[in-house]
Design a protein around this ligand. Structure first.
Ligand code: ZN
Length: 402
């Protein structure tokens, strides 16, 4: 039996003394018992949402996951954290939620996670003869110790954002699979997937995947897999070879972009949750269960009885991060966004039409913006009014089917 728990984590304090809190939901499997001798375990999972304030659909997806997981046979620990960033979540201005950048430091909330590469080489040298299991346990402990040093034994203190990020990261480091749920501005669904974990991209119900290299830039997904990737590379230097994604190095993390910001759709969230369960079943986190209670209106459960959660059939396009291009506006004006997401746009077709009423009567009030190569539009800016240099669209170039 799995134990379901809810707890409240304190991640900071406001000037008035009010506490900043984050709800933490978890399913703990039997193997977490200290007396259990099960060693062949399914991967533990950590899922968070809403690190960026306006990106709220992930909260709805966590709700639907919690509802669906009640009926699943869970074989590992799953931790789910909605409202991961209470500052960003409540950062409103007029009708809009801001919450992409810390308003005090200007730093992107998803660039504050910790990774100190200098720990890697000494660890590999000191543990050159350790078993794979010993490496996994010791390195995980080292990563968590580092975070705890930062949180609890640091006379210089932390920024508001670091304190939030590190507390989330402490939980993420205890997992083997990490999903960070985000959205674009106005956006299609797309997935940031480490290059070594390509096979997993086919299990999410997400039509667009970006394959990202092993570079750490402060984001949650990178902070999870980069240390293990670097460790595997350090062992390679010492003539000990491991396969990233397998055995002790069976770590995967993804940034899941669930569509557009500033909105939730519970029906879409249900579909999003089914896609995540399809991936979790593939990874052995949930079992294909024959003893589910079936109700007539609950099609997903009926499906689950025979096959479990299967990915939807769809055309999945991917590109490498280097081929994910931003198009910046060549001029100021009012933008009519023309290009549809996920539909190949031929070279020479306009992505946008820009209206300039100041030119009406004595100039050209309409300007098309075109590209000289075929692209796959993924997201666009949220407002029609743009300055010269505003990011209009992000598009896949040199994309391919997976
Ligand atoms: Zn985001």
């Amino acid at each position: 039996m799995n134990t379901f728990k809810k707890s409240i984590m304190h991640v900071g304090e406001m000037a008035s003394g009010a506490k900043l809190t984050v709800p933490v939901y978890s399913f703990e499997s039997e193997k977490s018992d200290t007396h259990s001798d099960i060693t062949d375990t399914a991967p533990n999972v950590y899922i968070q949402a809403n690190m960026h304030g306006a990106e709220v659909q992930g909260n709805a997806v966590i709700f639907q996951l919690l509802e669906l997981l009640k009926h699943c046979k869970i074989q590992s620990d799953i931790t789910l954290v909605p409202y991961a960033n209470p500052v960003a979540c409540n950062h409103k201005n007029g009708e809009y939620t801001l919450g992409r950048f810390d308003p005090i430091t200007g730093v992107n909330w998803n660039r504050m996670y910790h990774f100190d590469e200098s720990i890697i080489a000494p660890f590999a040298q000191q543990n050159i003869d350790a078993s794979e299991d010993e490496i996994r346990v010791a390195f995980e402990k080292l990563l968590i110790d580092q975070i705890e040093q930062k949180l609890d034994h640091n006379i210089w203190g932390l920024t508001t954002g670091q304190r939030i990020a590190y507390q989330l990261q402490r939980m993420a480091h205890q997992a083997d699979i990490v999903l960070d749920l985000h959205t674009g501005p106005i956006s299609s669904k797309h997935l940031y997937c480490p290059e070594y974990a390509k096979a997993s991209a086919n299990y999410f119900d997400i039509p667009h995947t970006l394959f990202i290299p092993n570079d750490f830039d402060g984001a949650m997904d990178e902070a999870t897999f980069c240390p293990w990737w670097c460790l595997q590379e350090a062992y390679k230097q010492l003539d000990r070879n491991f396969v990233m994604g397998e055995g002790a190095f069976a770590k995967e993390s993804f940034t899941v972009e669930l569509g557009s910001q500033e909105q939730i759709d519970l029906d879409v969230a249900h579909q999003d949750a089914l896609g995540i369960l399809s991936y979790l079943q593939y990874k052995g986190v949930i079992a294909i269960s024959n003893d589910l209670e079936i109700t007539s209106e609950d099609v997903p459960l009926q499906k689950a009885k025979s096959l479990g959660y299967q990915p939807q059939e769809m055309t999945r396009f991917a590109c490498y991060l280097k081929d994910y291009k931003a198009l910046y506006s060549p001029m100021g004006g009012m933008v009519d966004y023309l290009a549809e997401f996920g539909k190949p746009l031929p070279a020479g077709s306009p992505l946008v039409r820009i209206l300039r009423m100041d030119n009406y009567g004595d100039g050209n009030p309409l300007h098309n913006v075109i590209l000289d190569k075929e692209v796959l539009p993924i997201l666009h800016f949220a407002s029609a009014s743009v300055n010269q240099g505003t990011e209009l669209y992000k598009v896949f170039t040199n994309y391919f089917e997976i």
